[in-house]
Write a protein that binds this ligand. Structure first.
Ligand SMILES: Nc1ncnc2c1ncn2[C@@H]1O[C@H](COP(=O)(O)OP(=O)(O)O)[C@@H](O)[C@H]1O
Ligand SMILES: [Mg+2]
Length: 337
């Protein structure tokens, strides 16, 4: 059997965007997103993630380059493309003074869902997003997580083939973030949707994406699975203290494939390993074979942040905002500040 279609969910080539003020938000960015995958673009604020998403969702035209959704050029086939995607913007996209149900009804009309189907479509998505009980309440009384789930619900009523989420959990606390993702994954499982999301939270990319593209200054600098990216960062870090001079075990350790010594001082040795879990037994037995005892061992697994720093020399900001900051951050973007 042939593998069916080789069409990519997203195919972007050499995309550039220069805003009217002269800011170069995208500088020849290329990216491929496989159908059925969960693909993250991870990068610090200002990297160009939202600009990319606005072009993909046909709100903004690129300065040069091409962008295709399921093989369709986003500029030439904007109307068709819009029907294939469910888009959850970084900006606030709800009416706080209306109920959850009323918000969904407005979007159902905007999306052209036929009158006699609207009610059942809304009921179904309320159930899926665990918002049924809250649906008659004004949205301004919602928690940040419920607010975001309702925005996602609005985007999913059309059963998109491709879900595009811009900072899906920005500013939410860890438990709200987890529920938002549970719901996204439940939906994906049921409808086999492709999920493309932008985030500046490395743990979110690491936890939920099959593939992660690191974005810096308008370019993708690297794409890989979280594991591949972490390996490129030099792997996990191990610190060991023994009851003797660490010089003596240095050569034994460095003979192990995948170990890279970082520092040897007195009775301490520090090194990178491709995978601590896989290599630790061998490391321990080689130390014991030399007749030494281990007094202390510390292990830090590599993070995507390490990968990011290794590949770009930059850090991804990781501070968690509260709900007020979230709303003001998201509104600020809407005002175009
Ligand atoms: N409408 C706009 N006009 C001018 N510059 C913009 C506009 N929107 C974004 N930018 C600038 O483009 C760059 C990329 O922004 P953005 O795509 O929002 O990045 P990200 O989503 O990764 O934070 C930033 O320098 C930002 O200030
Ligand atoms: Mg953004």
């Amino acid at each position: 059997m042939f593998r069916g279609s080789i069409t990519k969910a997203i195919e972007v080539r050499e995309l550039t965007k220069v805003y009217s003020g002269g800011v170069k938000a995208l500088r020849g960015l290329s990216i491929d997103v496989e159908e059925g995958s969960i693909h993250a673009v991870l990068g610090p604020n200002g990297a160009g993630k939202t600009t990319l998403i606005r072009i993909l969702t046909t709100q903004l035209s690129p300065t040069s380059g091409s962008a295709k959704i399921f093989g369709l050029d986003v500029m030439k086939n904007a109307a068709v493309v819009r029907k294939l995607i469910g888009y959850v913007p970084q900006e606030v996209s709800l009416w706080p003074d209306l109920t959850g149900y009323e918000n969904l009804m407005i979007y159902a009309k905007i999306y052209g869902i036929e009158r006699d189907r609207r009610k059942s479509v809304i009921e179904e998505i309320l159930e899926l997003m665990e918002l049924r009980e809250a649906s008659s309440r004004l949205v301004k009384t919602y928690s940040g997580g419920m607010f975001r789930r309702l925005e996602i619900a609005c985007a999913l009523m059309v059963r998109p083939k491709l879900m595009i989420l811009d900072e899906p959990t920005i500013g939410l606390d860890p438990s709200a973030r987890r529920i938002v993702w549970e719901k996204i994954l439940e939906y994906k499982k049921e409808y086999n949707t492709t999920v493309f999301f932008a985030t500046h939270y490395m743990d979110e990319a690491e936890k939920y994406a099959n593939l992660v593209s690191l974005v810096v200054s308008g370019n993708v600098v690297e794409t890989g699975t979280p594991e591949e990216l972490k390996k490129k960062a030099g792997g996990d870090k191990v610190f060991i203290k023994i009851d003797g001079n660490a010089d003596i075990i240095e050569s034994a350790l460095s003979n192990i494939d995948g170990v890279r010594i970082l520092r040897v001082r007195g009775d301490e040795v520090e090194f990178n390993v491709s995978s601590a879990l896989a290599l630790l037994p061998q490391i321990l037995s080689s130390i014991q074979a030399k007749g030494y005892k281990i007094k202390e061992i510390r292990l830090r697994e590599a993070t995507l942040d390490d990968a990011f720093i290794a590949m770009t020399g930059k850090m991804i900001a990781e501070e968690e905002g509260n709900i007020k900051e979230l709303i003001s951050e998201r509104k600020m973007i809407r005002r175009g500040a």
